[in-house]
Design a protein around this ligand. Structure first.
Ligand code: FAD
Ligand code: NAD
Length: 476
């Protein structure tokens, strides 16, 4: 069955294709549960999109640029002098980012060794449901026999047909994370998570950033008031220009600049020019190179179809993470699926609660949410209550002068069970964990409201928003 230039044959209980947060976690868990496991990744460094060109590098740049912006915009208000003299060194920022990425990817290699996962640097493709061909980055091929295979091949950025990526002038997130200079003008197409996070990075360093968003608002998966609070803050503090209800009609990469034509809802057209453009209109599943046709893998719109047990239509072939037609494209969703899938493969119970997956936009302020938004419960005809508490009335926020934002809790009016929580504030990404845990345990707003929270902390705003649901706030 295998071509004669294939050097060796290896056999495993489980082979995971893709070493991102879905794949590497699945491989480690499977090995911990006693299964002989391999993980194949074609990137050359494990950790997938998340560690190499996603979550981690973006957060490194967001942190560095936040400090720079804070020094210029806010130090004086704390009585700290000299903030305006802080200078930036983009090359040094990129060095720190790369150091963080390298530390984490080599950490995954160490974890593979520690847990006895065989790690292949190469591309895996199906020969049959139980046979894979592994084309190593070193050019060598290897045949892998595997009782079970997990597809965890992730996703890739979508481009607009008239603006292919060159990663210099027309960039995906990968190019926008790697810039060695600050573009004077930057157009961002798509005001979703990537557009707002990476738009913030370059706006803080002085780029004139214009976000062109097709939908009526940015961060469209959040409630309207949450999206408005974030948009207002980005416009006010980071001087971002945000055009909503606007579609891109055409575009030209001029080599060292880019021109696009946009059209508003009223039909009015205008031309925008910039030195660089970030296209962040979503990501699509990545299955190129898998030879999925060899096993007649069922896919819909490019996503691999799975059931509640991560099973594809092909016996003994499973799929998890960004590549599947289930749940949001988030690293922690992929990780949880990796653990649950490995547990099921080892004959144990494994489960992911798709109703309670938090998401965070790491702008300033951050936006975090879990469960349903008010708009969703309204649409579903649920009888609900809303409790809200602004950070302007929170003592910690006042003390540190970061009063932007609020906590919004949505509960079932009859049972008081928490249905969703949205938070806008500097540390929303950390605060959402309490709400997520509460929802996982089916808590009521009264459960949180009657739980003692340390003072002074931003978390007291979560408690107060809950009190607003079942009773009344004290401090507002
Ligand atoms: P991936 O991480 O995409 O990994 C798949 C891996 O499979 C890749 O390394 C790929 O090279 C490899 N592969 C593909 N085909 C083959 C093959 N045939 N053979 C071998 N290897 C193969 N999510 C968050 O939760 N929080 C964040 O803050 C966040 N920030 C992000 C920022 C950016 C700029 C981007 C782009 C994404 C961000 N995400 C974030 C999303 C997150 O990165 C993804 O949801 C996550 O990486 C998905 O994990 P995965 O394992 O499914 O796939
Ligand atoms: P997204 O879905 O978050 O946002 C895309 C935006 O582009 C939407 O608002 C959409 O209305 C808009 N859009 C689409 N086509 C357009 C067009 N032709 N013109 C103008 N606007 C258009 O996608 P993304 O920002 O590319 O991120 C991709 C994925 O990566 C997301 O699903 C997200 O889950 C993940 N991600 C997560 C994080 C995080 O958790 N902090 C960070 C980055 C990326």
């Amino acid at each position: 069955m295998f071509r004669s230039n294939i050097a060796r044959l290896a056999a495993f209980d489980v082979t995971v294709i893709g070493g991102g947060p879905g794949g590497y976690v699945a491989a480690i868990k499977a090995a911990q549960l006693g299964l002989k496991t391999a993980c194949v990744d074609k990137r050359g460094a494990p950790g997938g999109t998340c560690l190499n060109v996603g979550c981690i590098p973006s957060k490194a740049l967001l942190y560095a640029t936040h400090m720079y912006h804070d020094a210029h915009a806010n130090f004086a208000k704390y009585g700290l002098r000299g903030g305006e003299q802080v200078t930036m060194d983009v090359a040094a920022m990129q060095v720190q980012k790369t150091k963080a990425v390298k530390g984490l990817t080599s950490g995954v290699e160490y974890l593979f060794k520690k847990n006895k996962v065989t790690y292949y640097k190469g591309e895996a493709s199906f020969v049959s449901a139980s046979s894979l061909k592994m084309k190593g980055l070193d050019g060598k091929e290897e045949a892998i026999e595997s009782k079970k295979t997990i597809i965890a091949t992730g996703s890739e950025p979508s481009a607009l047909p008239f603006l292919p990526f060159d990663e210099k002038v027309v960039m995906s997130s990968t190019g926008a994370l790697d810039l060695d200079h600050i573009p004077k003008k930057l157009i961002v197409i798509g005001g979703g998570v990537i557009g707002l996070e990476l738009g913030s990075v370059w706006a803080r360093l002085g780029s004139e950033v214009t976000v062109v968003e097709f939908a009526p608002r940015c961060a469209a998966t959040a409630d309207a008031d949450v999206s408005k609070a974030l948009t207002d803050a980005l416009v006010k503090h980071e001087k971002m220009k945000i055009m909503v209800n606007t579609k891109v009609v055409s575009g030209t990469n001029n080599g060292s600049s880019v021109t696009i034509e946009v059209e508003g809802k009223d039909g009015k057209k205008q031309t925008l020019e910039a030195d660089a453009l970030l296209c962040s209109v979503g990501r699509r599943p990545h299955t190129a190179g898998l030879n999925a046709e060899a096993i007649n893998l069922k896919m819909e719109k490019g996503f691999v179809c799975i059931n509640d047990h991560f099973e594809t239509n092909v016996p003994n072939v499973y799929a998890i993470g960004d590549v599947v037609n289930k749940g949001p494209m988030l690293a922690h969703k992929a990780e949880d699926e990796g653990v649950a899938c490995a547990e099921l493969l080892a004959g144990k119970p494994g489960h992911v609660n798709y109703d309670v997956i938090p998401s965070v936009i790491y702008t300033n302020p951050e936006v975090a949410q879990v469960g349903k938004t008010e708009e969703q419960v309204k649409k579903e005809g649920i009888d609900y209550k809303v409790g809200k508490f602004p950070f302007s009335a929170n003592s910690r926020a006042k003390a540190v002068a970061t009063e932007d934002g609020f906590v919004k809790v949505v509960t079932d009016k009859k049972t008081d069970r928490i249905l969703g929580v949205q938070i806008v504030c500097t540390t929303a990404g950390e605060l959402i964990a309490e709400a997520t845990l509460a929802m996982e345990y089916g808590a009521s707003s009264e459960d949180i409201g009657r739980t003692c929270h340390a003072h002074p902390t931003m978390s007291e705003a979560v408690k107060e928003a809950c009190m607003a649901c079942y009773s009344q706030t004290i401090n507002f």
